[in-house]
Design a protein around this ligand. Sequence first.
Ligand SMILES: [Zn+2]
Length: 120
Amino acid sequence: MYRESERPRCPFCEKPFGRPPEVNPKLEGDFYTWPCSCGAVGAYDATGHNLGDALMEAIAFAFDDDLEKALAAEPEKDYEVRYIDCYHLRDHRVSEGSRTYKTGLAAFVFVKLKTTEPIH
Ligand SMILES: [Zn+2]
């Protein structure tokens, strides 16, 4: 067992998420994206170094594949971005305190549109 803090969670709502399906990292632009129940969109980068592309996928997904809107959107203003580094697929675990680019592990990027922010 791993520590509770190492459990992969949505960085926006802390909801744990399941193991992503196998993605062939050799296929460029092939990211697994899924919506979280809080309105955030997660994208899985199996290689850990295509996060820029994974981010674009997540943004496009968040805007319902409306690329025009997605490209016009501005970070911080229209959406928020959060990353999860150092994901171990085999153990479905996130190691703390290290960075993906040094380890070759997988990573996630999450996007949440500001407009879908729940009203408190
Ligand atoms: Zn969430």
